[in-house]
Design a binder for this molecule. Structure first.
Ligand SMILES: C[S@@+](CC[C@H](N)C(=O)[O-])C[C@H]1O[C@@H](n2cnc3c(N)ncnc32)[C@H](O)[C@@H]1O
Length: 230
């Protein structure tokens, strides 16, 4: 099965418990990671694009920090529908524009958005570099990209504990709550197979981004990457 179809199928199966497993699995850290990523774009008043938006938790956080239009794009309609169902009562909901689409082939003209975000999405793309090129294309000059993605802790004491947690505990927790342990084995594999932060920054540079920065959070469990389209 192609990676794109595999990923879509996995996310359509875990949709209803996706947010809960995230919160339990990250010991409640996921909301603060998204807050920090969203803060990177607080200065931008114009429309933003949140890619691989899932149930739109980051999209809503962007609006909460500064009300403005946020286009929330995801490949899996079930994730977007569930997000709409969950957030429909929020005062920030009217600013959301959910779009079902592929981050590697964006359905928007060049120079459309003031900023873009992608939380836990880059690792899931079949062609991450294509995704970065597409983001660069649709950003306006001066537009900023903020990517939040899992990375691997370097601390020699914490690294083996985290590895055990990810490969043993997460499939148990995720399997129990969603009925799909394989989706959480994929999570662990995809985190360990994903390139190091230096490589991600090099990809961003290749795509044309400048003012590059990688901020490591929670002992290196996640990294926020930022870059600006000159
Ligand atoms: C781990 S979830 C992250 C969701 C959300 N950003 C969050 O912070 O919880 C990854 C999302 O990426 C989406 N996705 C995977 N490949 C994609 C693609 N090529 N284009 C758009 N979305 C994609 C999946 O459907 C899934 O909803």
């Amino acid at each position: 099965m192609k990676k794109r179809d595999f990923v879509k199928e996995k996310f359509s199966r875990v949709t209803r418990r996706y947010d809960l497993v995230n919160t339990l699995g990250s010991l409640g850290r996921d909301a603060s990671w998204r807050k920090k990523a969203a803060a990177e774009l607080r200065e931008y008043a114009g429309p933003l694009l949140d890619l691989c938006a899932g149930t739109m938790a980051l999209s809503l956080e962007l609006i909460r920090q500064r009300p403005r239009t946020v286009v929330a794009l995801d490949l899996t309609p079930e994730m977007l529908f569930y997000g709409i169902f969950r957030h429909r009562g929020s005062p920030y909901f009217p600013f959301l524009r959910p779009v079902c689409g592929d981050a590697e082939d964006l359905p928007f003209p060049a120079h459309t958005f003031y900023g873009a975000t992608m939380a836990f999405g880059l690792r899931n793309l079949s062609r991450p570099k294509k995704g970065l090129h597409e983001i660069y294309r649709v950003l306006k000059p001066g537009g900023k990209l903020a990517i939040l993605e899992f990375s691997r802790p370097k601390n020699p004491l914490f690294a083996p504990i985290y590895r055990f947690y990810l490969f043993r505990y997460m499939p148990l927790l995720g399997g129990w709550l969603t009925g799909d342990a394989e989706a959480y084995r994929y999570l662990a594999r995809s985190i360990y197979e994903f390139p190091a932060p230096e490589v991600v920054l090099a990809w961003m540079e290749e795509s044309g981004f400048s003012s590059l920065r990688a901020q490591s959070l929670t002992l290196g469990v996640v990294t926020i990457y930022t870059g600006v389209k000159p």
